[in-house]
Write a protein that binds this ligand. Structure first.
Ligand code: TRP
Length: 468
């Protein structure tokens, strides 16, 4: 699905023939959702919501998805389809054709850097999920109380060699898939597995519904208390909108280059955003009632899902099977997202150095794996190492915290800002109109207005406010 290499080695038309699965709208939606739905939805969304006090944060997040994320996704896909190449080359082509500054290609380079940093910690968390597949299958959660389950998670984090093992297995999986290029077998697997993940989340919500604290969970998620919202919380919500939709780094550009001309970009982007948001909200609905029913802390941080869901699995009939299936599907969701993070790095290596796909994947994958060691150590031996403590924004942050902050709160919003500005102000007007072909002039003007003014201003305001 992400085998976009051909898009610049051969002509676009050739590439399309080699990728028949890209011929339809559904294929694009599946691939883009595969990238978007991942650890961001099920692991990160609940824990940052818990840390930021719930409802008000969720409201800001939903606003960011609608007013910033969606327009930027449309813009990214548009650049990709117009350029028909890998992100850097699409930008290069569009700027050359319209006599614009070649500096716009920096947006593509920034994306490569972000992919590198994100995947390095993403793989470590994917490793947690992998290790939980094993724990579930072994029946480790049966009848366990919250203390025992908290201990299990703590034990995993405090053991660097164990974390290294799972991080390595996860990265090896991703390397293997990317090295081979994605074949339709994978595509078919995702076809079945993603809906299954959805279904299982519904089962979990059903379980949460049966706890005494469901309404408390719903209230926590949806009734806003703005006194709990900090400015850093607003920045986190903005950053997460980018992270969860895979935006601001060219991934959607790469996918867009394979989207057929007769497919509506707007409708497609809306579908992907809705699917992604629904999955995140379902995860929240499954988790917070359990948090309250078991007297746990919503602000427990990155371990939240690993300390709540196993409690439920341990008590329900068929829990061992459900737990194993759930963490397996979480791994699948994480792998499909991770693939979309490694792919641009590999493309860039191939492009720059003229090396083979296999060598490129190995070089990219192994250096990212090595960088991941810094995240592994952030949870144990180096938990007190704060390498950038001299910068106020990074005080008290471990390597993992820094990579997370730098990508979600700085690099991705900046990338998104430039993408909105490019499409809103610089890209050929006729081209934009052709690509949009909304049929509704009013809607089109609205979208352009949002891309020109609303999105850039919102991103800038949140940015500057945090700087000051
Ligand atoms: N969206 C993914 C998630 O929510 C993470 C991800 C995959 C990503 N590819 C990306 C984020 C590209 C930013 C850019 O888990």
């Amino acid at each position: 699905m992400t085998d976009t290499t051909q898009s610049y080695t051969g002509s676009v038309a050739e590439a399309r023939q080699d990728n028949p699965m890209w011929s339809g709208r559904l294929a694009f939606i599946l691939a883009a959702s595969g990238s978007a739905v991942g650890l961001g939805n099920i692991w990160k969304f609940p824990y940052i919501t818990g840390e930021n006090g719930g409802g008000a944060f969720v409201m800001v997040y939903l606003l960011c998805i609608a007013a910033i994320g969606l327009p930027i996704m449309i813009a990214e896909v548009m650049i990709g389809r117009r350029g028909g190449r890998s992100p850097i080359n699409s930008l290069r082509m569009l700027t050359q054709r319209d006599g614009l500054s070649s500096r716009w290609t920096w947006v593509g380079w920034m994306g490569i850097l972000s992919s590198y940093l994100i995947l390095s910690f993403y793989s470590v968390i994917g490793g947690w999920a992998l290790s939980y597949v094993g724990k579930s299958a072994g029946g480790a959660f049966v009848g366990a109380d919250s203390e025992a389950i908290g201990g299990m998670f703590g034990g995993l984090l405090s053991d660097p060699s164990n974390l290294m093992l799972w991080h390595s297995v996860f990265m090896a999986l991703v390397i293997m898939i990317v090295a081979r290029g994605l074949k339709s077998g994978m595509e078919k697997a995702i076809n079945i597995l993603m809906p299954l993940l959805f279904l299982l989340l519904l089962v979990m919500v059903g379980y949460a519904l049966a706890t005494s604290e469901f309404s408390h969970g719903v209230e926590f998620l949806f009734s806003p208390d703005f006194s709990k919202l900090t400015t850093e919380g607003v920045l986190t919500a903005l950053g997460h909108a980018f992270f969860t939709l895979s935006l601001g780094m060219g991934v959607m550009m790469a996918y867009g280059s394979f989207l057929p001309k007769n497919v509506s970009i707007v409708k497609t982007a809306v579908t992907v955003s809705v699917v992604d948001t629904v999955v995140a909200l379902l995860a929240g609905l499954a988790i917070f009632p359990l948090v309250f029913a078991n007297g746990l802390e919503p602000g427990a941080g990155p371990g939240l899902i690993f300390q709540t869901l196993p409690l439920a699995f341990g008590q329900m009939t068929g829990g061992t099977l459900f737990a194993t299936l759930f963490f397996f599907l979480l791994v699948v969701a994480a792998v499909t997202s991770a693939i979309s993070l490694l792919e641009p790095v590999v493309e860039w290596l191939e492009e720059q150095k003229g090396i083979s796909r296999l060598t490129g994947t190995l070089i990219g994958g192994l250096t990212i794996w090595a960088l991941g060691i810094l995240t592994v150590l952030s949870f144990n031996d180096w938990a007190d190492v704060h390498p950038l403590a001299f910068i106020p924004a990074f005080e008290g942050k471990t390597f993992f915290d820094i990579f997370d902050y730098l990508t979600a709160n700085i690099l991705m919003p900046l990338g998104g800002l430039f993408i909105a500005l490019f499409v809103g102000w610089f890209m050929n007007k006729q081209a934009v109109e052709n690509e949009l072909s909304l049929g509704h002039p009013a809607l089109q003007s609205l979208l352009m207005f949002v891309l020109r003014f609303i999105t850039p201003v919102l991103v800038l305001v949140v940015f500057l406010y945090n700087l000051l």
